[in-house]
Design a binder for this molecule. Structure first.
Ligand SMILES: *Cc1c(COP(=O)(O)O)cnc(C)c1O
Length: 231
């Protein structure tokens, strides 16, 4: 892997890759069982290109509008880049989201399932979907309640025919995340889902030790954002 000493972003990416490898080694997992999603919200195309140039292919964006401005050109230059929507999605943006994203990780309510299904049908596209679970049952946070997740998954798959492959969560701030990671893994296992999107800059090594197959890492690669993440 090439790194340029002058680039903070390239250094951040190599450090994160090393930490992923170390967490895999500690937990007896194959390094290729964990995929890094570089979360580039608020960062411009130049920053994204530095990461693409180091062979990173999966990227996460929170806002449809922002991704629309950045990605058509980046994807034209890097056709293998894979774009994940990790922020809340309004149903009236379902059309743009299905057109632009390869994976939608914020599926969290029946009305959105319906809107996405309609768009998949009319566009002939089938992005992979993750159901977002509000794993800490926080009133202000997006996501399906843990106790409602089994039924919601059934309806996404059976009623709407969506290509649901995994679960995503953001554990409550200020609590140890491990019990929440284990809880998400348990819900996924009993529903026959193999993909677990959990772990951010502050806790991705722990998430890997608790079964994450995707980690979503922003600031540890790109540096601090000048405005905060939307939840
Ligand atoms: C912003 C964001 C991330 C990345 O957060 P960092 O702490 O910068 O790694 C991951 N997941 C979601 C859902 C986010 O909104």
């Amino acid at each position: 892997m090439s790194t340029s000493g002058s680039s903070g972003i390239a250094d951040g990416l190599s450090r994160v890759r090393e930490q992923i490898a170390a967490a895999c080694a500690r937990s007896g997992r194959a390094p290729e069982s964990v995929r890094l999603i570089a979360v580039c919200k608020t960062f411009g195309a130049d920053a994204v290109r530095q990461v693409l140039d180091h062979g990173q292919l999966a990227f996460g964006e929170n806002y449809v509008q922002e991704a629309k401005g950045k990605w058509p050109e980046l994807k034209a230059d890097h056709p293998r880049a894979e774009l994940h929507l990790i922020g809340p999605l309004q149903s009236n943006k379902a059309r743009e989201a299905v057109a632009l994203f390869d994976v939608i990780q914020s599926l969290d309510r029946p009305s959105l399932a319906k809107a996405l299904a309609r768009q998949c049908e009319s566009q002939g596209r089938r992005p992979a979907m993750f159901v977002q679970v509000n794993i800490g049952s926080e009133p202000q946070k997006a996501g399906v309640a843990p106790e409602d997740t089994d039924a919601f998954l059934d309806s996404c798959r059976d009623v709407h025919g969506l290509n649901v492959t995994g679960l995503m969560c953001i554990p409550p701030a200020g609590e140890p995340p491990e019990p929440h990671f284990d809880h998400l893994a348990k819900i996924a296992a009993r529903n026959g889902l193999t993909e677990l999107s959990m772990g951010m800059s502050g806790d991705f090594p722990a998430a890997i030790e608790h079964g994450a197959t995707y980690v979503r890492v922003g600031s540890a690669i790109f540096g601090n954002r000048s405005y905060p993440a939307a939840q």
